[in-house]
Write a protein that binds this ligand. Sequence first.
Ligand code: SF4
Length: 151
Amino acid sequence: MTAFLCSLALGIQTIEEHMNKFFVPDEIYEDRIAICKSCVYYFKPTGTCKDCGCFMKIKARLAPMECGQKKWQKTTKIEAPDDLPQEIIDEILDMWKDLKTGRAKDVKAKKRMIETYNTIFMTNYSPGTNCGSCISTCFDGIKKLYNKYNG
Ligand code: SF4
């Protein structure tokens, strides 16, 4: 195989790996949806979960998502880049004072945490979300980074 074809194959593999990190295959998606549809929190008219408020058609397709009631789990984690720019590290260290109790101090602190998480992990959580599992994912990610860069 030529160097060009090798790099092309590698590129395709990387895209597939990338997709698998973000989206679950049909079987897992259908399992998740079936669990939701038989759950007391599922609100059939809108296809949303009364626990997290998310649209399940979307949430169930995303690999790093999990049910807030632990009825189904995430299938992958999104890893932060190894070398974050100093400005982002400073932002994480500074925001921690408003997060360290395990709960964002106020709406502004929650928004800051989610926006920073989105920037680092290339996700698209709504800064105004009240979804417990979404907030918890953002919190855990920022906490891990705080522990890595603090001291
Ligand atoms: S995400 Fe969990 S709590 Fe919400 S409807 Fe699905 S199974 Fe139920």
